[in-house]
Unconditional design. Sequence first.
Length: 210
Amino acid sequence: MKPLLIYGASYAGTLKMIRAINERHPTYEVIGYVDDAKFGKEPEYMGLPILGGQEYLNTWGAQDGEVLNNVYATTPGRKTVTERILASGRPMATLVHPDVDTAFSTIGAGCLVMAGVDMGVNAALADHAAVKMNSVISHDCQIGCYVFVGPGAVICGHVRIEEGAYIGAGALIKERLTIGAWSVVGMGACVIRDVEPNTTVAGNPARLLR
């Protein structure tokens, strides 16, 4: 089995997905967590040790090991962690729940696709995107790097979500729209028109907040 370090000791659902993957085909042995904020304050998370921070990652001796980016609170934060992992020279893990059908879609490097996600025909995730449980990425959608799609979000066909956008849990995005780079779509929002880059929208229908 391949050694796996998890960067970010904060989301237990990742361990459930790794367990599901290993039940189908033994793949990963989780060594523990890397977390700069929690190291020295908390000895473990979900029964696994918090081994250190960035310095531990830089000196990790497992030649065939991979690192999983488990940071989702903000997309800029996810990008920062990704860059730290890549700078360490360690390969990044790409995890897709074994029940998710990706036969007609494309999944980029370093992505995370959780249980219950419906990936449509010709849908594509760029590198380092994260799609949480029970979301729908409909046909011909293009999801950019570092995008986060929250649990239960529904993205209709031919939607383009640009780099770093954050889609809140339960959001609904109408077909053929563009969600601009580094924008935020609030939880439960119903988006019926394009969203400009670096803006925040929320509500039903979604309106500009800032």
